[in-house]
Design a protein around this ligand. Structure first.
Ligand code: TMP
Ligand code: ASP
Length: 238
């Protein structure tokens, strides 16, 4: 597959056209951003770590029945993917209260939620990705009512796959964000990435944070944390 012109650049990845209309290449970047890119840094090797982690997790998710855009990992930082039209909704699933949930509603940090909470955020940098509800989604025609149900079902299914998997490597999957796209037939596929940039992982024994909160909160050791997550995943998924 030939890597052709760049067609998009996001905060974490660049997308390139290929010689096939419905196939793209996603290149993972070393850039780290937080708070809608008000805070920025670079971490050499971060792109390769996320590309490796996301490829392993997408394969696990697919084996368990959720279709994804990933065709294969091409090299350290490049994924061959199916082209989709991204649904502009960040779907967040939460098992434990922290981050913006605790801030917004005053739920004590670290509270185990009675059920997995699924939230929607409108993916729009100019507006700062505001939280929205089901009616906003339908009103703004971001997704149909049927698609909305699918997004919720898939987010819960992905959580049901990942949470026990991470527990088996002594990590608490606290919360995560996923994005979905429609392929050429309108089928909804898991897209974007699942990595320590888009999840919160707490070590089950020590409580240590092993995700982008190390960067957001200036805890240091960002790359070491991502390396640790990859090491544990690789240890479990031979
Ligand atoms: P939050 O508590 O800041 O709303 O984050 C919830 C989850 O979503 C957490 O795992 C981090 C992830 N996330 C992203 O992937 N991108 C974002 O822009 C934000 C705000 C959160
Ligand atoms: N992803 C967002 C940014 O890059 C916010 C975050 O993850 O904290 O700015």
């Amino acid at each position: 597959m030939i890597k052709k012109e760049q067609i998009y650049e996001g905060k974490g990845k660049k997308l390139f056209a290929t010689d096939d209309e419905w196939t793209l290449i996603a290149e993972f970047k070393d850039d780290l951003t937080a708070f809608n890119a008000q805070k920025k840094a670079q971490e050499k090797g971060k792109g390769a770590l996320n590309a490796a982690i996301s490829a392993k997790l997408f394969a696990l998710i697919k084996q368990n029945g959720v279709e994804t855009h990933l065709i294969k990992r091409l090299d350290e930082t490049n994924h061959l993917i199916k082209k989709t039209r991204i649904i502009p909704i960040e779907v967040v699933a939460r098992n434990i209260a922290t981050g913006s949930l605790s801030k917004r509603l005053g739920i004590k940090e670290g509270t185990e939620l009675d059920f997995t909470l699924v939230e929607f955020y409108y993916k729009n940098d100019d507006l700062g990705d505001p939280i929205i509800n089901d009616e906003h989604v339908v009103l703004m025609k971001l997704a149909s009512e049927d698609e909305l149900k699918t997004l919720k079902t898939l987010a819960r299914k992905i959580n049901d796959i990942l949470r026990p998997f991470f527990r088996s490597v002594n990590l608490n999957l606290v919360d995560f964000k996923v994005e979905f796209g429609r392929d050429q037939n309108g089928q909804i596929l898991l897209a974007d990435e699942i990595s320590p940039d888009s999840c919160r992982f707490w070590d089950l024994t020590s409580g240590e944070k092993l995700d982008k909160d190390r960067f957001r909160q200036d805890l240091g050791g960002v790359k070491l944390a991502y390396e640790e997550v990859l090491k544990r995943i690789e240890g479990a998924l031979k």
